[in-house]
Design a protein around this ligand. Structure first.
Ligand code: ADP
Ligand code: MG
Length: 334
């Protein structure tokens, strides 16, 4: 499938399978399909939001794109160059250009390292500058994330969660990357500081013209930061569209369910749609046919036997649903 082939990053048919860990129940022989044939591209300067319930493969997808873990199949092209079979030396050069911000700033910052050591570590890895230059670079990037050079000699435990995440962001920016994966950067933070960190990320994206993949389980978070949004379910994309289009005209019943689960601001009431029924099935036992059919209110016979492809329904709006494929504007979709 060809989708926006001229993106900075083009992912096609990307998969990651895990072999079961082995137990007397026979799970050892089973395959867990964490990412199961995903295709999309990210344009230069764009933020693509990636949303889906916990366990649907978002972090795995972000990590295989950056080659932090190996893929099982598919392709990731960065400015046309294949990353997945790139030799180590060439990959090292690419690594400077691609960074990740992790979810948990408690687990991802070494408690025994000072802020200076943490933020300058990527410069040291790439042997960039001498110590004083690295310190200056760290001081500059700390200012940029709302901290200061006064913090260079301190340790992570001296900071709040929000400040720690700022340190994690500073570390990811110190090499001036072009592409950043933000993997649920707000989820471990106190609700009271989330908006500040989100605003920081947004202003950094604008100022530095970053291209990014912004991962969240929360559609109301990606709404604020993304240009386009991809909706993932059990290892596959079910919908992909411009964010306004996705909100105003969600096509897939899963996306509609996710939107229905967002509280309406101020009133605390929920939209008239109800929350999604049931739980996400196990990635060891992905349902036959449409993988969403076990939770879908619009299920038909075809949904249990054949898997719908992600197709372009209207300009730039992709969805994988039999119902939509047959009836592009099904009742209530506007
Ligand atoms: P998300 O980030 O959307 O919550 P993940 O990418 O972390 O989802 O996980 C996707 C699926 O892959 C889950 O079923 C998870 O249990 C499984 N998984 C992730 N990492 C591993 C691993 N190292 N070994 C086996 N299974 C894994
Ligand atoms: Mg995750």
């Amino acid at each position: 499938m060809k989708m926006d082939g001229n993106g900075l990053i083009t992912v096609s048919g990307l998969s990651k399978f895990y072999q079961g860990r082995g137990s007397f129940l026979g799970e050892g022989k089973k395959i867990l399909r964490a990412v199961d044939g995903v295709s999309f591209s990210i344009r230069e300067g764009e933020t693509l939001g990636l949303v889906g319930e916990s366990g649907c493969g978002k972090s795995t997808l972000g990590r295989i794109i950056l080659r932090l873990i190996p893929a099982s199949g598919g392709s990731v092209r960065y400015q046309g160059e294949e990353l997945l079979d790139m030799p180590k030396k060439a990959l090292r050069g690419m690594r400077r250009r691609m960074q990740i911000v992790f979810q948990d700033p408690y687990a991802s910052l070494n408690p025994r390292m000072t802020v200076e050591e943490i933020v300058t570590a990527p410069l040291a890895v790439f042997k960039i500058g001498i110590k004083t230059e690295r310190r200056e670079a760290a001081a500059r990037v700390l200012e940029e994330v709302g901290l200061s050079s006064r913090h260079l000699g301190r340790f992570p435990h001296e900071f709040s969660g929000g400040q720690r995440q700022r340190i994690g962001i500073a570390r990811s920016l110190v090499l001036n990357p072009e592409f950043v994966v933000f993997d649920e950067p707000l989820s471990a933070l106190d609700v009271s500081v989330r908006a500040q960190v989100l605003n920081l990320i947004r202003s950094l994206q604008n100022r530095r013209k970053l291209t990014s993949l912004f991962i969240s389980h929360d559609l109301s978070v990606v709404k604020h930061i993304s240009d386009r949004i991809a909706v993932m379910y059990l290892g596959k994309l079910l919908e992909l569209a411009d964010k306004h289009e996705l909100y105003n005209h969600p096509l897939h019943p899963y996306t509609r369910g996710l939107i229905g689960a967002i509280p309406i601001p101020d009133t605390g009431r929920r939209r008239k749609r109800t929350e999604l029924p049931g739980d996400v099935p196990s990635a060891y036992h992905i349902p036959q046919g449409c993988r969403f059919h076990t939770r879908c209110s619009m299920i038909r016979e075809v949904c249990t036997v054949s898997e719908p492809e992600l197709r372009q329904i209207s300009a730039g709006h992709w969805a994988a649903c039999h119902q939509i494929l047959e009836q592009p504007r099904y009742p209530g979709s506007t």
